[in-house]
Design a binder for this molecule. Structure first.
Ligand SMILES: *[C@@H]1O[C@H](CO)[C@@H](O)[C@H](O)[C@H]1NC(C)=O
Ligand SMILES: *[C@@H]1O[C@H](CO)[C@@H](O)[C@H](O)[C@H]1NC(C)=O
Ligand SMILES: *[C@@H]1O[C@H](CO)[C@@H](O)[C@H](O)[C@H]1NC(C)=O
Ligand SMILES: *[C@@H]1O[C@H](CO)[C@@H](O)[C@H](O)[C@H]1NC(C)=O
Ligand SMILES: *[C@@H]1O[C@H](CO)[C@@H](O)[C@H](O)[C@H]1NC(C)=O
Ligand SMILES: *[C@@H]1O[C@H](CO)[C@@H](O)[C@H](O)[C@H]1NC(C)=O
Ligand SMILES: *[C@@H]1O[C@H](CO)[C@@H](O)[C@H](O)[C@H]1NC(C)=O
Ligand SMILES: *[C@H]1O[C@H](CO)[C@@H](O)[C@H](O)[C@H]1NC(C)=O
Length: 488
């Protein structure tokens, strides 16, 4: 990406982590993706590298800021009276500084059990956290035959009403309070759009329309630039779904180059801002790589990625509101990530999170359960039914969005797409809508943005929504004419 590209950004979105927006010229956005896998919670990643049985890799946060932080930390280590930390001259080789932000400093080091216990009880320590490898829920890859089989079934038992191309002239009009113009003649139109885009730009569903690219997508003109940071496994910017709107940012994964070997980040970015598959086609996506080829990320790596986003935003767009797309779900609470989330909230950055792919109570996972996050659960294609096989549910869910067999780009290919399954891609779609609103209302606060998306959700149309879960379907506000639907 050349520099002028960035100077024009007005919004920034991260997929894994953060979406920021800015007010004036161009928009850049990126998203993170989520993934699911029942077996992937708290996987011990290949990089954990425990040196000895009784040694832990930890993060330590101190309530010190600024240049004295290292000094304070070193004297803390010396006060442990450990054979490991006897020597002030080489002490600085024993740890690294991850952050001196938000009134605290965070250090990473390896430490024995005994020293760990002593450290935990030290004065001035805010928290000590053992570094865990966390897998976001994996995105499952579906196949096109999932759709064609449905289609074949339909063709065998044709239902005239379902198969015809119908004029969509009866409009269930209802004004939204999105900041978009409701002169729909100025909106953009994508024929042969994937189902997820057809669904969010209509108040009505298209019953039994399983055609992969058989719907129409209407979306408002972008007035300001939006930037999305996709804090994820990277983005394959060479894929044809991206047209130069991707900036490859930093890579925090050691031992891997800055390529998306997993495909999660690329799918997220595509669902947010891909030319063919994305909700907000003019956003700029910034890749922040924190997940490895197995889609694992250490708490420390994720923490660094989120902090980088904060400082990059501060540096480049100090007065720009932002959104963070946090598609990674953890089954353990992490104090350092909580701190990062709090810093994002303080910076007026909305965090959009997947509810989780465990088909259980979203309140048991983080950050979906966090009050900082807007949490997204998943809806099936074709029949407006809650994805009860996979999606987390419950009172911690804020909104429902397409999350099963959502079409997005496949990393490592020139132009392949695939249907992806998981609440992270449902969250990516919400991020795309957030980016659309920001593009038209760059001054929106994080709370205002969340309020706008929630107040325009369609109530009560999704079937089989579990108890205590809001029956609220994502909607972009389009209620203009459609030419037709049902191209198979
Ligand atoms: C370290 O040794 C000093 C001096 O013997 C003692 O005052 C202090 O309590 C010891 N600290 C720990 C953590 O054992
Ligand atoms: C302490 O530092 C000195 C000078 O770098 C070194 O020679 C010595 O081996 C160190 N001692 C320990 C216990 O690390
Ligand atoms: C894009 O393709 C080029 C040439 O094959 C390669 O060097 C580069 O790493 C690719 N970029 C990404 C982000 O994968
Ligand atoms: C943001 O930038 C300002 C001014 O450059 C600086 O004082 C502040 O510490 C920065 N904050 C963060 C979180 O980087
Ligand atoms: C909805 O469609 C899915 C396929 O996408 C199917 O598995 C499910 O049984 C359907 N549910 C209902 C209630 O029709
Ligand atoms: C849900 O699980 C059931 C039982 O395994 C399966 O028959 C059905 O196809 C699944 N539905 C979807 C939409 O994946
Ligand atoms: C739309 O209405 C909701 C609920 O009253 C509010 O939170 C939000 O700020 C409004 N959005 C706009 C753009 O006016
Ligand atoms: C946030 O990440 C989730 C996946 O974890 C993704 O589904 C969602 O779209 C992202 N939202 C934003 C605003 O980037």
């Amino acid at each position: 990406m050349n520099k002028s590209f960035f100077h024009k950004l007005s919004l920034i979105i991260f997929t894994f982590s953060v979406l920021l927006f800015e007010t004036s010229t161009s928009s850049l956005k990126s998203e993170k993706h989520d993934q699911f896998s029942e077996s992937s919670k708290s996987i011990l990643g290949p990089g954990l590298n425990l040196k000895r049985q009784n040694t832990k890799s930890i993060l330590v946060a101190l309530s010190y800021d600024g240049p004295t932080a290292s000094e304070k930390f070193e004297s803390l280590l010396l006060s442990l009276n450990s054979t490991e930390f006897v020597n002030r001259t080489n002490l600085n080789t024993k740890y690294s500084i991850l952050s001196t932000e938000g009134g605290s400093s965070v250090f990473q080091l390896s430490i024995s059990d005994k020293d760990y216990n002593a450290l935990e009880n030290s004065k001035d320590v805010i928290y000590v956290e053992i570094i865990a490898y966390n897998s976001p829920e994996s995105l499952t890859r579906g196949t096109l035959s999932d759709f064609s089989q449905e289609l074949a079934d339909l063709l065998e038992t044709p239902n005239e009403g379902d198969m015809q191309i119908r004029p969509f002239d009866v409009i269930d009009a209802q004004a939204s309070n999105f900041s978009f113009t409701n002169d729909f003649s100025t909106w953009n139109y994508q024929k042969y759009a994937p189902w997820q885009l057809g669904r969010i730009s209509s108040r009505n569903s298209f019953p039994q329309n399983f055609a992969p690219y058989g719907q129409e997508y209407y979306y408002p003109p972008a007035l300001n630039d939006v930037v999305v940071y996709v804090v994820d496994s990277g983005i394959d910017s060479n894929h044809s779904d991206f047209s130069g709107n991707v900036r490859i940012g930093p890579n925090f994964v050691s031992g891997e180059d800055n390529i998306d070997y997993n495909g999660h980040g690329t799918a997220m970015a595509s669902a947010i801002g891909g030319i063919n598959n994305g909700v907000s086609k003019s956003v700029k996506l910034v890749s922040v790589k924190v997940l490895d080829r197995n889609n694992d990320g250490a708490t420390s790596t994720v923490f660094q990625g989120l902090n980088w986003v904060l400082s990059d935003k501060n540096l480049s767009y100090p007065n720009t509101p932002a959104i963070v797309n946090f598609s990674i779900n953890f089954d353990v609470f992490s104090p350092s990530l909580d701190l990062a989330m709090k810093n994002l909230a303080n910076a007026n950055i909305l965090v959009i999170s997947s509810a989780g792919n465990y088909a259980s109570d979203a309140c048991n996972y983080y950050p979906g359960s966090s009050k900082f996050a807007m949490s997204v659960a998943s809806v099936l294609p074709g029949n407006d039914t809650f994805d009860k096989n996979i999606s987390d549910y419950g009172s911690c869910v804020d909104i429902l969005s397409p999350g099963n067999r959502v079409f997005a780009a496949v990393a490592g290919t020139a132009n392949q797409v695939a249907p992806f399954i998981g609440t992270s891609i449902a969250a990516a779609i919400v991020s795309g809508v957030a980016a659309l609103e920001l593009s038209n209302n760059p001054g929106s606060t994080a709370d205002g943005l969340k309020g706008t998306i929630l107040s325009n959700g369609i109530k009560g149309v999704i079937h089989e929504v579990p108890e205590n879960t809001p029956n609220l379907m994502l909607w972009t506000g389009y209620y203009g004419k459609r030419s037709s639907f049902g191209y198979f």
